[in-house]
Design a protein around this ligand. Structure first.
Ligand SMILES: [Zn+2]
Length: 237
């Protein structure tokens, strides 16, 4: 069972790519991915995909904490009425630090609903790994996923592994991080149950993102955990 923990539906002119719920399902079928966690703006677009393919997509609600009360209402609606299973946050695009107090009301709701929060991680000035340590200290009982686990920069990737190894509530997600060897290191230092595969489709592709995990040097059972079992457990699927 393979679960992709990081996908998007929509048009992204900045990257010159687009994907629909149907095209994402085609990619999933080709690469034998049973389920994808998906999140996009507007959140209604994610909802349409989840409603069209309820057995294949799991939605996360994309939240900008600068929206204040509206963000709170969006989370409650998405989790309680739409059946979404978590929250997605993008500190780089929406301009806040991961450990700023503006994030706290969102974390309070994640705690109340017992859902994970997946953050983009790996770009200065807003989403570097060390800020996650502060947030994880304030919210030790909320599951925090570091999307891209530091992304392309070796100092940030090492920082992500360091921070996660010191905080049991942090999970590392592998998309966009180029070094297969760092997946093995993360599994050994952080714990094989706290590393999850993502493709970041349509910006990335499951073909090479899965291959990164498979050639990382881990054994078959460990690879299976990272490619799906862990995400199933973390999102209670
Ligand atoms: Zn993404």
């Amino acid at each position: 069972m393979i679960i992709d923990s990081h996908t998007h539906i929509g048009k992204f002119p900045l990257f010159n790519v687009e994907s629909s719920a149907d095209s994402l399902i085609s990619v999933m079928d080709e690469w034998k991915i049973s389920t994808s966690i998906t999140f996009s703006l507007p959140n209604r677009l994610t909802l349409e995909g989840v409603r069209k393919f309820p057995d294949r997509f799991v939605g996360l609600v994309w939240i900008n904490p600068h929206k204040g009360q509206k963000a709170i209402e969006e989370i409650d609606l998405a989790i309680t009425e739409w059946g979404f299973k978590g929250i997605k946050m993008h500190p780089l695009i929406d301009s806040y630090l991961v450990d700023q107090e503006i994030v706290y009301p969102i974390m309070d709701l994640a705690k109340k609903h017992r859902v994970p929060v997946l953050f983009h991680c790996g770009h200065p000035p807003w989403s570097l790994p060390w800020h996650f340590a502060n947030l994880a200290d304030v919210y030790p009982d909320v599951t925090i996923i570091m999307g891209h686990m530091g992304h392309g920069h070796i100092v940030y990737v090492n920082g992500a592994i360091d921070v996660a190894s010191a905080h049991e509530n942090i999970i590392l997600e592998t998309s966009g991080m180029p070094m297969h060897s760092k997946i093995k290191e993360a599994a050994e230092r952080v714990g094989v149950n706290r590393v999850i595969f993502g493709s970041d489709s349509p910006f990335g592709h499951p073909s090479f993102e899965m291959q990164k995990v498979k050639v990382s040097g881990l054994n078959r059972d460990q690879v299976d955990l990272i490619l799906g079992e862990n995400t199933k457990t973390i999102f209670k699927l």
